[in-house]
Design a protein around this ligand. Structure first.
Ligand code: ISE
Length: 311
């Protein structure tokens, strides 16, 4: 993801100047820097964040490093677009929300790029225009052709299903109140003990039900679907011409527009996309999903009060 963002920032995003890249593997950073033609190469993200040449930062490192890097951006007063998940626990997400609120300035964006996908945007606009009346049920499908063996049931929830959680919160404009995981017969392509596929049930605060089929090893392709059923009809994402490519191609337009929107918002005085609260709320939901997967029980989501509203 770091490479994808760097290539876009260097070539396709108006108003952005890519000045430095960092990777724990310095050789990899150097190779990317050569490819995209930038001078700044760092083996440590904190060093890049501290660099006086850097005005704003994209964090696309492994999820367990996000918290430290995002806090460093907040301390340096630099806008940051952090890949999902914002944090690996609800508490860590909450600490970011609090640190940003204490600084009194919106600085954090989270890479929930589907909010920039033309298909999802059209669906949301029509839903908000009242075309199908009040939403009642949402059906989501999230299939990958294959993933590395270390992708277990937990990662499926925190890394993959987290997109569906954000889509549900954003489309419906409300929080998820409870979750239930049902994992049945696993595919023979899953490593021993990994329950893939699984079905995730989300219940919103107003009792809209969202079902998500998460299938990491579907073999045939990358397939993302969404249908909202309302009082008087249904709305769905357009069926893509092909499922042969992966998420980088399926969401290429969204990744580009996400960076475009972020760069413009930073230049105009502050990010405007999904923020720290969205990252925190999504992590709280996926954390509840992980608990439900362990216990087999319906699990309520505990969200702390929002400090931006005096909580
Ligand atoms: C991956 O990390 C992504 O973010 C993709 O958008 C998602 O479809 C995939 O399932 C994740 O593993």
């Amino acid at each position: 993801m770091g490479r994808l963002h760097a290539r876009l920032l260097a070539s396709a995003v108006v108003g952005a100047e890519l000045v430095a890249v960092a990777d724990v593997e310095l050789d990899r950073a150097a190779a990317l820097a050569r490819e995209v033609g930038v001078g700044g190469v760092h083996g440590d993200g904190l060093e890049l964040i501290a660099s006086p040449n850097v005005d704003a930062v994209v964090v696309a490192s492994s999820p367990e490093t996000h918290e430290v890097l995002v806090h460093a951006c907040l301390e340096a007063g630099k806008p940051v677009l952090c890949e999902k998940p914002l944090a690996t626990s609800a508490d860590a997400g909450r600490r970011i929300v609090e640190a940003e609120a204490a600084g009194g300035r919106r600085l954090v964006d989270v890479g929930f790029m589907r909010r920039y996908d033309d298909g999802y945007r059209d669906l949301k606009r029509r839903l908000d225009d009242g075309e199908i009346g009040d939403p009642l049920v949402v059906h989501c499908v999230h299939r990958n052709a294959d993933v590395p063996a270390f992708f277990d049931q937990r990662l499926a929830l925190t890394d993959s299903v987290v997109h569906e959680v954000d889509v549900a919160r954003w489309l419906l404009g409300e929080e998820i109140a409870a979750v239930t995981i049902v994992a049945g017969r696993p595919t023979r392509h899953a490593p021993d003990g990994v329950r893939d596929p699984q079905v995730v049930l989300l219940e919103t605060a107003s009792a809209v039900v969202v079902d998500v089929e998460s299938f990491l090893r579907a073999q045939y392709g990358y397939d993302v679907r969404c249908e909202v059923v309302g009082e008087t009809g249904t709305l769905a994402l357009p069926v893509p011409a092909s499922t042969a490519t992966g998420f980088e191609d399926r969401f290429a337009q969204a990744y580009r527009d996400e960076l475009d929107a972020w760069v413009s918002a930073v230049q105009d005085g502050g990010p405007a996309g999904p923020g720290a609260w969205d990252g925190y709320a999504a992590s709280a939901v996926t954390e509840a999903c992980v608990r439900s997967a362990q216990t087999g029980l319906r699990t309520e989501v505990q969200l702390q009060a929002d400090p931006r509203h005096g909580g």
